[in-house]
Ligand binder design. Structure first.
Ligand SMILES: NC(=O)c1ccc[n+]([C@@H]2O[C@H](COP(=O)([O-])OP(=O)(O)OC[C@H]3O[C@@H](n4cnc5c(N)ncnc54)[C@H](OP(=O)(O)O)[C@@H]3O)[C@@H](O)[C@H]2O)c1
Length: 299
């Protein structure tokens, strides 16, 4: 590698090295970047090639000293209940002193609230209904006005290997629930990573401040569960009407059924030219199952 290549290799900080954060980190390492990820534990995970772990947990007074010359940041941590964001509160000063070219913030499509099943796009009003979505909107707005080069990525339900309904079906704990007219949107974790890399590679002036990252097929959860059962060659659980099952659901589970919207990806996939790897749960579930099976064989 030449001196120039060494100097220009991205130095990336992932604040919140969880499910999406680790996948993004791996993609950046694969592109030659040096990556630091935060974890809440005081003794973070063993290092992986090209990655280093930093402990970050404000509730335990664990605030990391950031490495120098960070060029790219991904923030995946959710805000606290009142919309306060630990990364903004404790790391903004240190981030402001870095030569940042891009900061990606993972937000949620919950900020749009309920559209009674209608399509929403980045220009739609934000009318968050759930308390956690209102907190998210507050945090997203704070990041966008932080003075850093922030792009916010609004995500629906994230799925991928380890986050599909396969285990629930195998264990008999999956629920087949029908609520007339209700749809959910989703995105495969590899398409989150793909969309982040795609937007990061755009010229700064071409990057929209807010981008939805959702696949092409909003649909009922009974449809996705049916396909997962088909892939596993398992029977579907007994069909339940939402109003019959609602009293058995936890407040958190119930809250997922409150909003009903279809999230448009026109900006990402048409205007910005990103091509989804998994346009629907069909390709996404099949690939996730293959990846799960491959890693079980390796273990
Ligand atoms: N899961 C979904 O379907 C979904 C849908 C839409 C949007 N989102 C949002 O998208 C983002 C990424 O989702 P994900 O599923 O990849 O998240 P994840 O696996 O839960 O990873 C989040 C990471 O942030 C860390 N973290 C959380 N709160 C923190 C805090 N206060 N201080 C320091 N670290 C903290 C977590 O640490 P621990 O491991 O110690 O918890 C974890 O490493 C999240 O903000 C999530 O809310 C998720």
């Amino acid at each position: 590698m030449t001196d120039q290549a060494v100097k220009s290799a991205p130095r990336v900080l992932v604040i919140g090295g969880g499910y999406s954060g680790q996948r993004f980190a791996q993609a950046m390492v694969d592109q030659g970047a040096e990556v630091w990820l935060t974890q809440r534990s005081a003794r973070p995970e063993a290092p992986r090639k090209g990655m280093q772990w930093l402990a970050f947990d404000a509730s335990q007074d664990l605030i990391p000293a950031l490495p120098e010359q960070i060029s790219h940041v991904l923030v995946t941590i959710p805000p606290n209940r009142d919309g306060r964001d630990d990364a903004l509160e404790h790391l903004l000063d240190a981030l402001s002193r870095q030569p940042l070219q891009w900061l990606g913030y993972l937000s949620t499509t919950g900020v749009y609230g309920d559209s009674a099943g209608a399509w929403v796009s980045e220009g739609s009003p934000t009318a968050a209904t759930l308390p956690r979505s209102r907190a998210r909107l507050k945090a997203e707005e704070a990041w966008l006005s932080s003075g850093l080069p922030v792009q916010s990525f609004r995500l629906p339900a994230i799925y991928g290997p380890g986050r599909c309904p396969f285990d629930q079906l195998r264990q008999g704990t999956a629920r087949l629930v029908h609520k007339p007219g209700q749809v959910f949107c989703r995105i495969h974790v590899e398409d989150i990573v793909g969309a982040l890399l795609h937007c990061m590679a755009l010229a700064a002036h071409e990057r929209p401040a807010v981008v939805n990252v959702s696949d092409d097929v909003p649909c009922p959860s009974s449809e996705t569960l049916g396909f997962a059962a088909h892939l596993l060659n398992l029977k579907l659980p007994v069909y339940r009407r939402f109003e019959d099952i609602a009293p058995e659901l936890s407040p958190m589970a119930l809250s997922f059924w409150e909003d009903n919207r279809r999230v448009s990806n026109t900006l990402l996939c048409q205007r910005l030219g990103y091509e989804l790897r998994y346009p629907s749960y069909r390709e996404g579930f099949a690939a996730s199952l293959m990846e799960e099976q491959a890693s079980q064989k390796k273990a």
